[in-house]
Ligand binder design. Structure first.
Ligand SMILES: Cc1cc2nc3c(=O)[nH]c(=O)nc-3n(C[C@H](O)[C@H](O)[C@H](O)COP(=O)(O)O)c2cc1C
Length: 369
């Protein structure tokens, strides 16, 4: 039985518990895309109780920005902001992981003048009002890989304990892996193997940055969405192939982005085997796996560990209750009312009112003043 209040990575880094704040965009950075005071307070509180905090998706370059007021690590001038973010989280005793991100074709439009919305291919996403992206030229793909590497170097300099490559939730890294958004005919597309090349080069570069500028304790994680709804789209077989390649690299964790931690295939309703079981049979304990999705209390947490996850990311639960792990440890139920005490930045608090399905999970949101 895994100890829920203890975890150690293979590199020797220890966490005070297995609970991780899921990466969550706050839409609350300053206008210049630096960390706002409200965000600082939000992270400080959660760093006191969770074993690890993964930050909001952080833009690795100007054109990587996907959301309004998204924090950025596009160049050296963002170091003071990033240093504040790392130290705020670490002060409470949690490990601080920076999620590095490029939105690609999922970027919101009209964020700033001369915006360049790019992707693997000039194919629109299947959503209302989606822009048609510009396909990156081969040499530009290498520039984007360099931007990710540079962001990792800056994250090391800023004092983070690690980075997470945001390869999930339909953003650029996933767009290169997906047969929907990647119709390229160069070295980055055309076959399953070529569609993995972008991810593999990103991982290689991150490992390289760790060797050059950090030490072996610097954590490198990779987040992915195991399937896509679209046709063509990422299948579980594609993902098992990708994961098999990822675990051969010296990375510290794989993070599965799931709507529900125990869900089965979204493409094949007849297949009832939980996605984690399929993935576990490939990973075979070589790399820790983070699970996420409606881990709203102790019974789900225990069940998720039993199913094979090693670490448990908590999204909504951590927004409602900054001390979720502490409450579970003390035998209390986590708080489910989102109010002033949750210390959420105002733009995030307001957006949550439009979030669907929260009531069904027992969350209540107090009306903002
Ligand atoms: C407000 C909000 C913002 C999010 N932003 C991100 C993000 O920046 N990066 C990411 O990988 N996932 C993001 N997610 C997804 C969460 O990390 C998580 O996978 C999801 O909320 C499911 O977990 P839960 O059921 O515990 O809420 C976001 C979710 C929410 C609710």
């Amino acid at each position: 039985m895994k100890d829920i209040f203890n975890f150690e990575f293979d590199n020797g880094i220890k966490l005070k518990n297995r609970f991780v704040v899921a990466p969550m965009t706050t839409y609350s950075g300053n206008k210049d895309l630096t960390l706002s005071d409200e965000e600082e307070k939000y992270y400080a509180k959660r760093g006191q109780s969770f074993g690890m905090v993964i930050t909001a998706a952080t833009a690795i370059s100007k054109h990587a920005q996907a959301f309004t007021n998204q924090i950025s690590i596009q160049d050296e001038s963002y170091l003071p902001s990033m240093k504040r973010l790392a130290s705020t989280i670490k002060q409470g005793g949690a490990k601080a992981i920076l999620q590095i991100h490029h939105g690609g074709r999922m970027n919101a439009t009209d964020l700033y003048e001369d915006q360049d919305i790019v992707s693997a291919s000039a194919i629109k996403a299947e959503r209302k009002n989606a822009p048609t992206p510009r396909a990156l030229k081969t040499e530009e793909v290498y520039d984007v890989i360099d931007d990710f590497a540079h962001a990792t170097k800056l994250a090391i300099e800023a004092g983070f304990d690690g980075i997470e490559l945001h390869g999930a939730n339909t953003y650029l890294i996933q767009q290169f892996f997906s047969p929907h958004s990647n119709r390229r005919e160069d070295e980055f597309g055309g076959s399953l193997e070529k569609r993995t090349k972008f991810s593999m080069l990103l991982i290689n570069q991150a490992l390289d940055m760790r060797t050059k500028y950090a030490n072996k304790e610097f954590i490198i994680g990779y987040r992915l969405s195991p399937e896509e709804y679209e046709d063509p789209g990422i299948t579980i077989e594609d993902t098992l192939y990708l994961i098999d390649k990822i675990i051969k690299k010296d990375i510290d964790y794989i993070h599965l982005s799931l709507g529900k931690y125990n869900q089965s295939s979204i493409r094949n309703s007849e297949d009832e085997e939980p996605i984690i079981s399929k993935i576990k049979s490939v990973v075979k304990g070589k790399t820790p796996i983070i699970g996420v999705g409606q881990i709203d209390g102790l019974s789900q947490a225990k069940d998720a560990l039993k199913l094979g996850f090693d670490l448990l990311a908590v999204g909504m639960g951590s927004l409602a209750d900054p001390h979720y792990p502490k409450h579970l440890k003390n035998g209390q139920a986590p708080k489910k009312e989102i109010n002033e005490e949750s210390l959420l930045p105002k733009p995030l608090f307001e957006r949550l009112h439009k979030w669907r399905g929260l009531e069904d999970r027992g969350y209540q949101i107090k009306n903002p003043k």
